[in-house]
Every structure is written in structure tokens, then in C-alpha cells.
Design a protein around this ligand. Structure first.
Ligand SMILES: [Fe+2]
Length: 420
């Protein structure tokens, strides 16, 4: 087992109860701006309806906590175990991902009743569970809360995409403030190579894919002091980059041909102007904001066009580990990347040049929770740093996010690197 349970500050039953209510309440606060009809939409196979998300995160507690620690627990509904299992094959079969949007029943009200039922039983267990089982219980509940935080970010990703395909271009929240940050010149910091350690020591909660901590060799390199912004990306577009095969990886080239991509997701041209769809609705493109919602292929092609490269995940982690975790996160309620310098943490997940694979000595968690991360370690790329829709306390230097290279509905951007 790579993960020890030592959650300083939340090891008492009272603290766990408070943390549970806080995280669960945040999910409901995020959804409180939705209308009942919004809960049903699944615009593409990658997105899930908000109704499915809020039920699935409750299912997680049912499947991995209540079923495990409360032998007399009766599931809220016998078929919900099928409907709201995501990908845990060792737990049972599941509703196909592409058909999550077909579920007009249970209704939104019934799904909230399901949440409440799970909450009541979970909170009772926090009070009554035998002390001898508490450590394992604490770990599983903490997994469930971290899982729910991941789904909070997924909710924003999916709501944004669901709304973007609606010609009315509805706003999730039209009152979101704009960042109004000034432009910054991109500079370079020199980073000395050598043998360094990366990965999590697992002294506090982390996912299994961040472990074990181990040595890697870095070459001397340079990292840009901010993310690539919209005006820079516009120069790439205006240089016919989407029509120049020499800038693209082969898979990326075929993808942009087949999909007829000419710009990042959510950009649209109106006459001579560029606009961008945000969670606040359509906005005029701010040239100083970091370019967002790029696929790995677009980030990689931009770096090649610029005569640079993407950083490796080891290079980025090495830098992030020197810095406090601060930046534009979900907690700031801007829900859009800000212009400005640095942006090491927050604003946008940063694509890296590193494939998502196991660290040397990696061992997935025992049992069904071992399906959480390890089985996805093929054909995906890692991203680092967190985004404006990531909860602040869900971010850390060692955190490894991962997506397929063609994905771009996540809040992703890029930072340039170069060899020294
Ligand atoms: Fe999930």
C-alpha cells in the first residue's frame, strides 16, 4: 500500500463530519445555479449530465464505504448500483457512458433524495463506527471526498460544454467577474539539471499514481514565467498553423483534418473579432488571457511553431514543489483563467510532454479502488498545476492529471520550455 492515513486536522470524527458536509455542500452549491432541464444534457460522450454526476459521487460512498462498513445498509434503490457505476468493472456492470444522458428517470428530485439518504447513513457511520475500523474508514471517506472534488471540476467542464452547443449560449453564471489583469512579458527562468526526487511521500492524502517518490534525472532547461496567451496563439492561427502539416504530430494532423479544427474549443469568429464562450456566456477574446481548452496536439504544435517544447512532468513538478499552492482556483469563483504572470498553480492545467504511466515501483490500491487510476496508464498525457475550476485544497505539486491527447473540454493550456 502506497498511501498512509494521516490527515492532520481531520482525524477526529467531528472534523471528518465537518469536512464531509463541506465538500458535499459545495457540490450542491455548484448545482444550485442550474435549472432542472440543465441536469439532463450530455453534449458529447465525454461529458456526463449533472444529474448523473451528483448521483455517481453518492454511489461512490455507497459502493466503497457504506457497503463495506455497514453490513445492514440497504441501498436506496437496487438498480442505482448499475446506473451510477462509472468504470469499476470489479464492482459490477454499468450503464454505458454514452447513454448517461438517456436517463430521464430518476428525476432530479429523486437523485437529491438519494444524496440525502447516503448522507444520513454516512454521517451516522461517522458517529458510530467501531474505533478499530476507523483508520480504514477515514481513508475511504477521504477518497470519496477527493473523488467528489474531482467531479466538482468535471461539473464545470461538462456544464460549459453542454451550454456551448446550445445556440442561445446560456451563461452558467453571468455575474462572474472578469479578471482585468494587465499583460506581462514572458520571461525565462533557468533551471539547473541533476538528480532530483519527484512523487509524493504519502504523509498526507494523495492518489496512488503520485507514488512512490523516486529519483529522476533532469537536464538543464528553461521554463517560461507565464502561460501562452491568446494573442500569441492568435499569431499561430494567423500563420496558417492549422494548415501546415509540418507543425503537427501525425495523429494530431489527421484529427484536425477530420474534425476541421481551426481554433481552440470555444473560440468563434464574428466578422473581424474573436469571441470566446465562458461559464459567464460569450465574451470578447482577451488577448492577455492564457489560451485555454487546447488539446495536447495543439499545445505541442504551438510549441514546435514557437521553436520551443512542452515541459516534462518531472520538470514542472520540480518547479512546483518550490512554490506555495496559490493562484486562481475554484475558491476564487472566477471560473476562467486570468491574464498575468507566473500561473504556476491554478488558472489552467498545463499539458506536459510526459505520457501518463506508472512511476517505478507503482502499486495500485488494493481491491476495486485500484481501478481508480492505474488502469488508465496508456495513451494519455499528464497535465500539472490545477485550474480555475479545481478546488484549492485539491491541488499539490505532485498531482498528476491525465487526458487523451485529443481531449480539450478540460481547462487546459500550455507553458513553454526549452533546453538550456
Ligand atoms: Fe467518478
Amino acid at each position: 500500500m502506497g498511501i498512509k492515513v494521516d490527515f492532520s486536522g481531520m482525524t477526529s470524527r467531528t472534523a471528518l463530519r465537518d469536512e464531509y458536509l463541506l465538500v458535499r455542500g459545495e457540490t450542491e452549491r455548484i448545482c444550485s445555479l442550474l435549472q432542472p432541464d440543465d441536469y439532463q444534457i450530455q453534449s458529447i460522450v465525454e461529458t456526463s449530465p449533472p444529474k448523473w454526476h451528483i448521483a455517481h459521487v453518492s454511489w461512490f460512498f455507497e459502493a466503497f464505504v457504506l457497503s463495506h462498513f455497514a453490513p445492514s445498509y440497504r441501498p436506496f434503490h437496487p438498480r442505482f448500483f448499475y446506473l451510477f457505476n462509472s468504470y469499476y468493472e470489479t464492482v459490477g456492470s454499468m450503464q454505458p457512458r454514452s447513454k448517461r444522458g438517456m436517463l430521464s428517470r430518476p428525476t432530479v428530485d429523486e437523485v437529491y433524495a438519494y444524496r440525502q439518504y447516503v448522507d444520513e447513513h454516512l454521517l451516522e457511520l461517522i458517529e458510530t463506527l467501531d474505533e478499530s475500523q476507523f483508520s480504514d474508514f477515514l481513508f475511504r471517506v477521504t477518497m470519496g471526498l477527493n473523488h467528489e472534488q474531482q467531479h466538482q471540476e468535471l461539473l464545470f467542464m461538462d456544464i460549459k460544454h453542454n451550454f456551448s452547443v446550445n445556440p442561445l449560449r446560456p451563461a452558467y453564471n453571468e455575474k462572474l467577474i472578469e479578471s482585468q489583469q494587465p499583460a506581462h512579458n514572458m520571461q525565462w527562468i533557468e533551471r539547473e539539471g541533476g538528480i532530483v526526487e519527484i512523487g509524493n511521500t504519502a504523509d498526507s492524502f494523495c492518489y496512488d499514481n503520485e507514488t512512490p517518490r523516486h529519483q529522476v534525472l533532469l537536464q538543464d532547461h528553461k521554463l517560461a514565467t507565464r502561460l501562452v496567451n491568446n494573442s500569441e496563439y492568435l499569431a499561430f492561427i494567423n500563420d496558417d498553423a492549422y494548415s501546415r502539416a509540418e507543425l503537427w504530430l501525425s495523429d494530431g494532423w489527421y484529427l484536425i483534418q477530420n474534425q476541421q479544427w481551426q481554433q481552440p474549443l470555444y473560440w468563434q469568429r464574428q466578422g473581424d473579432e474573436w469571441w470566446i464562450f465562458t461559464l459567464a456566456g460569450l465574451r470578447k477574446l482577451d488577448p492577455n488571457e492564457p489560451v485555454s481548452h487546447l488539446s495536447f496536439y495543439e499545445a505541442d504544435a504551438y510549441a514546435r511553431w514557437a521553436g520551443k517544447r512542452l515541459p516534462s512532468e518531472m520538470e514542472l513538478e520540480n518547479r512546483l514543489s518550490e512554490l506555495p499552492v496559490q493562484g486562481c482556483f475554484l475558491d476564487h469563483q472566477i471560473l476562467h483563467p486570468r491574464a498575468g504572470e507566473q500561473q504556476w498553480f491554478g488558472d489552467l492545467w498545463q499539458w506536459t510532454a510526459s505520457p501518463y504511466g506508472p512511476y517505478p515501483g507503482f502499486k495500485p490500491l488494493a481491491g476495486s479502488m485500484g481501478e481508480y487510476n492505474g488502469k488508465f496508464m496508456c495513451n494519455q498525457m499528464t497535465l500539472r498545476g490545477g485550474a480555475c475550476v479545481t478546488p484549492l485544497n485539491h491541488s499539490r505539486a505532485t498531482y498528476r492529471n491525465f487526458f487523451y491527447p485529443h481531449d480539450r473540454w478540460q481547462f487546459s493550456g500550455l507553458r513553454l520550455a526549452e533546453d538550456a
